[in-house]
Design a protein. Structure first.
Length: 218
């Protein structure tokens, strides 16, 4: 790396500085006479420009931060009081504004109740009040017939003949011989015990899959 006699820094062949050279006059970034920063064609500042009036982010008259439509603040809203679960999104199947979520994990009826409660406010084990809903839930559990069904809790108890969510019991699909209530044990409603969608009863402490349901909000 010998330094030649008469060497001057900047006279190397690959970066020689020409006579009369002025910084900023390079061909690829020449500065025009009368140039003002911000007047480039791609970002020229128009007369009367006000920050925040760009077309892609207009600020409306009377706008207040936090009032955007995508995240409205409720009256007397306090930070930290938001519900932790988003009920507007359904991870299962949505039918007439109700979200139905199949849980394949085997658990008691009571544990299934707790799992549903953690999904969303007002979530319960499912009630079935029509033949059409029954068919659609069968499709949900079996993924349209692709999967073999498994014994699944419904939200009904036999002692009071009621649905957990308080809805009227106006539809049933019992297997012949059911409901069998000749026992002192608490009995809960299930379907798919024998691979068919008819309903049977079982001790509520038995381990079953389950279906949760809850109303969806906007």
């Amino acid at each position: 790396m010998a330094i030649k006699e008469g060497y001057r820094q900047g006279t190397e062949r690959f970066m020689a500085i020409k006579d009369g050279y002025r910084q900023g006059t390079e061909r690829f970034m020449a500065i025009k006479d009368g140039y003002k920063q911000g007047t480039e064609r791609f970002m020229a500042i128009k007369d009367g420009y006000r920050q925040g009036t760009e077309r892609f982010l207009p600020i409306h008259d009377g706008f207040q931060q936090g009032t955007e439509s995508f995240r409205p603040f409720q009256y007397r809203f306090k930070q930290g009081t938001e519900p932790e679960r988003n009920t507007g999104f359904c991870k299962g199947g949505a039918i007439n504004g109700i979200c139905y979520v199949f849980n394949p994990t085997l658990m008691t009826f009571y544990d299934a109740q707790n799992v549903c409660k953690n999904l969303a406010p007002n979530a319960k084990i499912v009630s079935i009040n029509s033949s059409n809903l029954h068919k659609r839930l069968v499709s949900l559990v079996t993924e349209g017939g692709k999967k073999k069904p498994m014994a699944t809790w419904l939200g009904g108890t036999i002692k009071k003949a009621s649905w957990e969510d308080g809805s009227e019991w106006r539809y049933s699909r019992w297997m012949p011989g059911y409901p069998n209530i000749h026992t002192d044990k608490p009995l809960c409603v299930e379907m798919f015990r024998k691979g068919v969608s008819s309903w049977t009863t079982a001790d509520c402490h038995q381990m079953r899959a389950s279906i949760c349901s809850y109303p969806m909000t906007a």
